[in-house]
Design a protein around this ligand. Structure first.
Ligand SMILES: NC(=O)c1ccc[n+]([C@@H]2O[C@H](COP(=O)([O-])OP(=O)(O)OC[C@H]3O[C@@H](n4cnc5c(N)ncnc54)[C@H](OP(=O)(O)O)[C@@H]3O)[C@@H](O)[C@H]2O)c1
Length: 337
């Protein structure tokens, strides 16, 4: 099988297209012949990290495809099944945190930027029939992260108002649509008027540019009242700004730090305002199944910004960082002849 291997990290990174032996399903595992895979910011963190280890490695957490073979003891998954892959490995039985075995597919374990991948059978689920291969591949990591942030942490529901910062990010395009589908009032920030308009088309009530220093006050004015919760993955100054949009007793949900790892906030903005700061990463297997059940009946679709052939991983990687990108960058993987 062909795999795109990260051989040298950097910005840009060096990928090599290699012919490798196909993976073999061990006990409890399945091999999936991929039809599409999707890029995430996680791949970028790995390919720009000079200390990336192991190398070479096949990146990619997200994929959708057809089950090629099953290992011993696998029940409920059969050769020929069309599936999506949950990239969350070893979550365990608790809902508030994963267990010690927690990991994410796509380094150190070889991931989905390849014609085939081997994963635990428990990590595949039927592909939502109404989605294309590309949409299905875009769904899992960003959709699951958004689901837990929006549903479990921010408690999206009718009567609740939510801020989602950086509406154009992959996860945010899911968060906006899930929150709106669940009846919450969704407000956003973004870097351009065009992206604000696209977020409105996805279900946001409105938004403001995060480039304006007084964006939190502008947002509260637009919304008519301080909000119930904010969901942020930019970190840095975005935290202090998000807190300025919130009412007393509200929740700030954090799942990333694209902008800066450190945030300076006035501590009294938390305790003297009866607020909670909640961190989240990925989600449990139960949350993944709940996301898929929601997708079956929802009318929204994953936002696919662009699709590149697997062999054009370099162009796909460049697109991930293009300022005009809105939503997910996807790799299409031809059916083996
Ligand atoms: N914890 C988890 O499970 C998990 C899962 C997935 C991702 N993440 C993390 O979450 C972050 C987002 O990932 P992603 O793949 O969705 O997207 P991404 O590619 O990192 O998105 C970057 C976004 O940042 C936004 N942005 C730029 N400047 C900003 C500012 N000053 N304030 C607010 N937003 C700003 C932009 O929004 P506009 O395009 O609207 O201008 C842009 O789309 C990453 O750090 C990633 O590592 C975490």
């Amino acid at each position: 099988m062909i795999a795109t291997r990260l051989v040298e990290p950097g910005d840009p990174p060096t990928f090599a297209l290699e012919q490798l032996p196909g993976p073999v399903a061990g006990p409890g595992e399945v091999v999936v012949s991929l039809r599409a895979a999707a890029l995430n910011r996680r791949d970028w963190w790995i390919w720009t990290d000079p200390a990336s280890d192991p190398l070479p490695v096949t990146l990619g957490s997200d994929g959708a495809g057809v089950v090629e073979s099953v290992g011993g003891g696998v029940d409920g998954v059969a050769v020929g099944d069309e599936v999506v892959i949950d990239a969350t490995l070893g979550w365990g039985d608790r809902e508030d945190e994963p267990g010690e075995a927690f990991d994410i597919l796509g380094s150190p374990l070889d991931g989905t930027f390849a014609e085939q991948v081997v994963v635990p059978a428990a990590n595949v689920a039927p592909k939502p029939a109404r989605l294309s291969w590309e949409e299905a591949a875009a769904l899992s990591l960003a959709g699951l992260t958004a689901w837990r942030a929006v549903v479990t942490c921010a408690e999206a529901a009718p009567g609740r108002s939510l801020l989602i910062t950086g509406a154009g990010s992959g996860v945010s395009t899911f968060a906006v649509q899930i929150a709106a589908a669940l009846g919450a009032e969704v407000w956003v920030t973004s870097g351009s008027e065009e992206k604000l308009a696209r977020a409105a088309a996805l279900g946001a009530a409105g938004g403001v540019s995060y480039r304006h220093p007084a964006w939190p006050e502008r947002l509260v004015e637009l919304a008519g009242a301080p909000l119930d919760a904010a969901i942020d993955s930019y970190g840095g100054a975005s935290w202090a700004g998000a807190l300025r949009t919130l009412r007393r007793g509200s929740t700030l949900v954090s799942f990333g730090d694209t902008g800066a790892a450190e945030a300076a906030i006035d501590v009294s903005e938390v305790y003297w305002q009866w607020r909670r700061i909640v961190g989240t990463t990925m989600g449990s297997p139960r949350e993944y199944r709940a996301l898929l059940a929601h997708v079956e009946t929802a009318s929204w679709r994953p936002v696919v910004d662009s699709v590149f052939p697997l062999a054009e991983i370099d162009a796909a990687a460049r697109r991930l960082d293009a300022p005009e990108r809105f939503g997910k960058v996807v790799l299409s993987i031809p059916k083996p002849s």
